[in-house]
Ligand binder design. Structure first.
Ligand code: 4UU
Length: 595
């Protein structure tokens, strides 16, 4: 059977608009109009710098002119953004979109090689990078790997640096640094170009979509490992992004005017912009949706602990919270929260939790702490350009449910025999809707296996849907490990571990961890030589080998991919065709004493 959404559908899904046109030029009567209202739409947490609709548009437009004229960005050119959240991040994305170009966000915590690989995989010709020394060092190294020249690197300075320069130098902003452009500098370049060439340059640089083109034109290449294998670039078309924002409007019954009362209150609500914009959850809910809906988003560069986040929530009276389960764990268990609870309860109106399972137990604790909060889970995937289920408006929270099907979204539940099943039966979740993306770049096989006939996307998640329409995530059928909501692909670590001289084969699984959700754990079959050493040297020698494997990963992979433990076995359990039997490894891990 096909499960359909009970929520109000979106009536009009424009397929002639790119993301830029949708946000800056599209004002149907159903959208709260923020033009010329003076309402701040982005607020920088560190400096309190604020941008209205007009300021965001001006910065976006000027940046795009400079990207076209100074950095060679053309329609379909790809650029990677390797940066923490900032007020400039959305402007950078939308400036690229304005030119018909493609953005590939890379995790700000990546190490140089990880970044280099993504630049190559996404075929990026330009690299945006945060200003801090570690990011710069990694970016310069990655740029070398991927043959990106210095003047095709753009440094996103912290807003305070830009303010400092513009004040102390009487309005002059530093345009280049270490041979690379600065982002604020490029905006100033854009201003100079427009002054010299007039408004015609604004018109001539703007990419014009043909009718229907939004359905095929790529806006983002976001990386996901999908159901198996290495991370792959998911081709996210403009239509998927704009549709998901409109679905969010409809599902949540967002009013059409500023101040309208609904689940969200345009012009009054303030959104928590702490989730990284590199992840689809942050990108859609903190960046695109609030800007369209007229909700101010407080941009927090990165999560710096629960107390710091709470202080920001209180300072800016942040009423709309987008959270991942590890944050809920901290709200429930961290002793620093208690003194702020009264204040937090006053400002909080709404919270959505997603990106990984949230246990019933934790859900109950969270409800206890915030009894009046309108909160629940949502779920989504990179491949579904964000939200596919969400908790409905005006109903009490259902513990353990990831919500109900989003507006305009359909589902099937398919069991292991390939049969579609009904209510309360287990099977793989298949999804269909306007937010489903185009497929994986450079990987037809994976695309064919995941994006199947009839417009369905196979999620690789085992679920049960009950008669109320609540979707419960039971297990993950795919290989994916989720650490703090971030994807870790077992295949990536397994391939990497084979480069260690003591490793002859490796199998990586996720094991439960209260604060991170899951952590990667490796089963290792040792090389002949290492086996001999381990046998003769006893537990001391074994421990040395173990430490050296842990260090090997720690030295080369970003923190959330680090192994929490290693166990030695004779052979990695596999099927006759060589597929790793992960369930067997999971059972083995349960029997092991905690590392
Ligand atoms: C159990 O995690 C995401 C997107 C999350 C998201 C997006 C919009 C959440 C709420 C929202 O509004 O994307 P990926 O690609 O990093 O990972 C996708 C996988 C899913 O297939 C599922 O296994 O993350 C897992 N997942 C969840 N699992 C996502 N949300 C949930 C959830 N419960 N609520």
């Amino acid at each position: 059977m096909i499960f359909t959404s009970a929520a109000e559908p979106v009536k009009e899904l424009p397929d002639h608009l790119d993301v830029y046109g949708f946000l800056f030029e599209y004002f149907p009567s159903s959208r709260p109009d923020t033009r010329n209202t003076g309402l701040p739409l982005f607020i920088d947490e560190q400096t309190a710098q604020q941008w209205t609709f007009e300021e965001t548009k001006e910065n976006t437009d000027l940046l795009s002119v400079a990207l076209a004229e100074k950095c060679g960005i053309k329609p379909d050119t790809r650029a990677a953004i390797y940066a923490t959240n900032s007020i400039y991040y959305p402007a950078t994305i939308w400036a690229m979109h304005r030119l018909g170009a493609v953005v590939s966000p890379a995790n700000a915590a990546f190490m140089a090689k990880e970044l280099g690989l993504q630049i190559q995989e996404s075929n990026s010709k330009l690299l945006f990078v945060s200003e801090d020394p570690v990011s710069l060092k990694n970016a310069f190294e990655a740029a070398k790997i991927a043959n990106i020249p210095r003047d095709r690197i753009v440094i996103i300075q912290e807003p305070y640096t830009v303010l400092k320069y513009s004040e102390s130098n009487y309005g002059r902003i530093q345009r280049k640094s270490q041979g690379a452009w600065t982002l604020a500098g490029l905006i100033e370049e854009g201003r100079d170009i427009v002054k010299a060439k007039g408004d015609a340059i604004l018109t001539s640089t703007r990419y014009k979509l043909k009718p229907g083109e939004a359905k095929t034109k790529i806006a983002f290449l976001l990386f996901s490992s999908g159901t198996t294998g290495l991370p792959k670039g998911v081709a996210i078309q403009h239509f998927a992004v704009t549709s998901n924002a409109l679905q969010t409007m409809a599902f949540n019954k967002v009013g059409s005017s500023l101040g309208a009362k609904g689940r969200f209150c345009p012009g009054k609500d303030v959104s928590l912009g702490v989730l990284p914009q590199v992840h689809i959850f942050g990108l859609s809910t903190c960046t695109h949706f609030p800007f369209y809906a007229g909700i101010a988003n407080v941009v927090i560069s990165k999560f710096r602990g629960i107390e710091a986040m709470i202080k920001t929530i209180i300072k800016y009276k942040i009423s709309v919270w987008w959270l991942v389960p590890p944050m809920v764990v901290l709200f429930c268990k961290d002793p620093s929260v208690a003194p702020y609870l009264d204040e937090l309860r006053k400002v909080a109106r709404f919270a959505m939790v997603g990106a990984a399972p949230l246990s019933e137990d934790l859900s109950r604790q969270f409800s206890k702490i915030f009894p009046k909060l309108d909160w629940g889970q949502g779920s989504g995937m990179t491949e579904t350009c964000s939200v596919t289920t969400m908790f409905p408006v005006g109903e009490p929270v259902v513990m353990g449910s990831a919500g109900r099907l989003f507006s305009n979204t359909e589902a099937k539940v398919v069991n292991s025999e390939g049969t579609e099943v009904g209510y309360d039966e287990l099977g793989e979740l298949w999804l269909r809707g306007p937010q489903i993306t185009l497929g994986y770049t450079n990987n037809e096989k994976a695309t064919r296996e995941t994006y199947v006939e009839g417009g369905w996307l196979r999620s690789g998640d085992e679920v049960r849907i009950d008669r109320n329409g609540d979707v419960f995530f039971i297990d993950r059928l795919k290989e994916l490990i989720k650490v703090k909501g971030f994807q870790v692909a077992p295949a990536e670590l397994e391939g990497f571990l084979l480069d260690h001289p003591d490793v002859s084969d490796a199998g990586v699984i996720g094991i439960q961890d209260e604060s991170a959700g899951e952590l990667p754990f490796a089963f290792i079959a040792l090389s002949q030589d290492a086996k001999k050493r381990a046998a003769s040297g006893g537990s001391k020698q074994q421990d040395e080998i173990r430490q050296s494997i842990l260090k090997f990963v720690a030295d080369n992979k970003t923190r959330y991919k680090h192994l929490c433990g290693v166990a030695f076995i004779d052979a990695i359990p596999k099927t006759a065709s060589g597929k790793i039997l992960r369930r067997e490894m999971r059972d083995m891990a349960k029997k092991l004493a905690p590392e």
